[in-house]
Design a protein around this ligand. Sequence first.
Ligand code: GTP
Ligand code: MG
Length: 213
Amino acid sequence: MELPIFYDEAELWNNTLLLYDSALREINTKLEILNNEFKLAHQYNPIEHITSRIKSSESIAKKIRHNNRELKVENIIKYVNDVAGIRIICSFTSDIYRIADLIAKQSDVKVLKVKDYIMCPKENGYSSYHMIVSVPIYLSNQVIDTKVEIQIRTIAMDFWASLEHKIYYKFEGNAPEHIRAELKECAEIVGYLDKKMLSLNEEIKNYSHCEVQ
Ligand code: GTP
Ligand code: MG
């Protein structure tokens, strides 16, 4: 991201926040359009729901400190990829890849990084599809590419991630071994459930409306 020139760090930060907020709006609109188009063509929503957030200043500062960098706007823009974050919750795993592909194909979106924790879940069992993208934000006298972190997961993956997050914070990252083992087992059940639900959904597509009744 090229920096607009401001002499005051606070002014620069306010203008940077405006960029992140605008980038979230851009991606949200793109997703809404894709979802509506899909609904029209296939009579169902690939997206269950979307949440978005701007990272809190405390979390940004913590991340910058954790990386041993000076807390400057320039460093935040360069090193914190998730200042603007969007989470897309889908019903089926196939929808995740469909949405990811449709986002990546848009000519104004640049995909900077992809992490497929569905193909390769994390050691703790975490599963989700992550993209860091940038979108151009058109200001009055310049265009600034702005980064957004997109997390795409199924309802079941989201259910698991919420509980894992809660447990992680409760035990400050040191949950007892049996809890970690049970969480991992739950992650395997989530994977199994997602596969079962997808194949069931595929199967019912072959039935006509009256056959289902
Ligand atoms: P940060 O974790 O944001 O510092 O970046 P990273 O480079 O490790 O990126 P990654 O794509 O692995 O994770 C980005 C985000 O995904 C995190 O900030 C969390 O919101 C989510 N995430 C990653 N791993 C886990 C996990 O094990 N459990 C849960 N609940 N969420 C996770
Ligand atoms: Mg994060």
